[in-house]
Ligand binder design. Structure first.
Ligand SMILES: Cc1cc2nc3c(=O)[nH]c(=O)nc-3n(C[C@H](O)[C@H](O)[C@H](O)COP(=O)(O)OP(=O)(O)OC[C@H]3O[C@@H](n4cnc5c(N)ncnc54)[C@H](O)[C@@H]3O)c2cc1C
Length: 467
């Protein structure tokens, strides 16, 4: 069936029966759809936005790991959206200490035109053979004996039903689908709450003169706790300016912080604001399991975001690839059970999930320590080691550096001791995730041991339990 015929059928209502339904035309949904469509299966992507608006997603536009994206959508097809590939480091402004840290960022980095990138991944999945139905708001799931067998949606007021062997949930943060599925027959992670998310807001700002830091991602802590401001240069004169803050904070007051900072920076005098968008993003560990019979969650819908940086584009692309490959195996074997889909969880944990779970430990610490103290400590740390810690979830500092850092950080030794103990807990969490079970049978024991480790995390950090 051609895209046009499919969309026309959907517009007319009734029931459609592709092999796989993907909900959400974001990064995760598009990479999943492209992977499956390339093998010749019928894949329909359902997107609530219009065709024109699809791909327009609130984002800081920083793309890490741009060099190693999955091949189901060739890099050559998305590269024109990479508007700034000269960025190579983070610039951490710490006003409390009157310090600016220039920290190298490992791996290829780019700032992108996010909407253009969004259109390109949709186009790429379309070229791979996936069909897109826009204006289609998924409202519920269909289950038979617990197995998800489709979804119901409305398209401009007309109800439509989609039956499929597998439903891939790429509907983003706090996905509505997960409120609808009865997960009683599986271990799918339902321990999800608002407090594990961050609200983020950004504006696209145009300036007349090139900014001096066009080769850097600029970060700055917000005046209130648990948040940071960013300035990411799409070009020398087009800047993505935004901030992220835990959902426990008051949003409007924080947006004022961004406005004030923009006002106070000379490089933004006379600037024009073009586009304002905000959304929620997960700042938590990845879902313990993101599979249920007939159902797989990918990207933000499964917490696949680095909880310390908020970077989720690359994780979403890889989750899409792994879910797509798992779907192909399940379709070939005619088995969409939890056990048949389980390897998807293992691949996510193996690639980045374990690392993100360890990084979450530092996120938990940040809710319990004084921000000024933490900033003072950061200002005293060797920059490359900080970068390593931020991305790998662990770092090892040699004795000489340790002593240097210790001398510079007089006044923050209590925090250092706290951080040192927290690092030990994070390393324990990391090595436990490296033993993620290879089947649902061993999952309960693994989870119980992980929960014990988390008890020690809360004890060490003094933070309230997050899960
Ligand atoms: C302000 C902000 C700044 C960020 N900055 C960065 C950054 O600089 N770098 C980075 O790597 N990551 C960043 N992230 C995170 C990143 O944007 C996400 O991790 C990534 O977009 C996740 O992709 P996804 O495909 O899982 O979900 P999304 O991109 O959110 O896509 C979900 C799609 O599902 C559709 N949808 C939702 N519900 C339904 C429904 N019921 N029916 C039909 N369609 C539906 C939505 O319209 C959307 O198109 C940021 C996030 C925010 C909010």
């Amino acid at each position: 069936m051609s895209t046009i015929e499919g969309a026309a059928d959907a517009a007319a209502g009734g029931t459609q029966s592709p092999d796989v339904v993907v909900v959400g035309a974001g990064t995760a949904g598009c990479y999943a759809a492209a992977t499956i469509a390339r093998e010749g299966y019928d894949v329909v992507v359902l997107e609530r936005k219009t065709e024109e608006e699809a791909g327009h997603i609130a984002c800081g536009d920083a793309l890490k790991g741009a060099d190693a994206f999955p091949e189901s959508i060739p890099k050559s097809q998305i590269q024109s959206a990479f508007t700034n590939t000269d960025v190579d480091h983070g610039r951490f402004e710490i006003p409390q200490e009157d310090t600016v840290l220039e920290i190298p960022v490992p791996g290829e980095l780019a700032v992108i035109d996010r909407w253009e990138y969004g259109r390109k991944v949709i186009e790429g999945a379309g070229k791979a053979g996936a069909e897109f139905h826009y204006d289609t708001v998924v409202q519920d799931v269909v289950q038979q004996n617990g197995t998800v067998t489709g979804v119901t949606a409305t398209r401009r007021g007309t109800p439509i039903e989609y039956e499929a062997d597998l439903v891939i949930d790429g509907a983003g943060s706090l996905s509505l689908l997960q409120d609808k599925v009865d997960f009683g027959r599986s271990t799918f992670d339902t321990n999800v709450s608002y407090s594990q998310f961050c609200s983020a807001y950004r504006e696209i700002v145009h300036v007349d003169e090139p900014v001096e830091w066009s080769d850097a991602l600029v970060f700055k802590p917000t005046e209130r706790a648990a948040g940071y401001l960013w300035y990411f240069p799409r070009t020398e004169t087009e800047i993505n300016a935004g901030l992220g803050f835990q959902m426990t904070e008051e949003p409007m007051k924080l947006v004022e912080d961004l406005k004030r900072d923009l006002r106070d920076r000379p490089e933004f005098q006379g600037a024009r604001v073009e586009d304002k968008l905000g959304a929620a993003l997960p700042t938590r560990r990845p879902y313990d399991s993101a599979v249920h019979p007939g159902f797989v969650a990918v990207g933000d819908a499964a917490g696949h975001v680095n909880p310390t940086t908020g970077g989720g584009i690359a994780g979403a692309a890889y989750a899409g690839k792994y879910a797509g490959e798992q779907a192909i195996g399940a379709l070939e074997d005619g088995d969409v059970s939890e056990a048949a889909l389980w390897e998807y969880n293992e691949r996510v944990m193996d690639h980045y999930g374990a690392r993100y779970a360890a990084l979450d430990v530092y996120n938990i610490l940040s809710t319990a320590v004084d921000v000024d103290d933490l900033m003072g400590l950061l200002a005293a740390m060797p920059g490359d080691k900080l970068a390593e810690a931020l991305y790998s979830g662990s770092t090892d500092i040699g004795l000489k550096l340790k002593l240097e850092a210790l001398l510079k950080s007089r006044g923050h030794w209590g925090t250092i001791w706290n951080l040192y103990q927290t690092k030990r807990r994070a390393d324990e969490v990391l090595s436990h995730y490296e033993k993620y079970p290879s089947s649902p049978d061993d999952f309960a024991a693994w989870q119980a041991e992980r929960d014990n480790l988390m008890e020690s995390v809360y004890e060490t950090t003094g933070a309230d339990p997050k899960y």
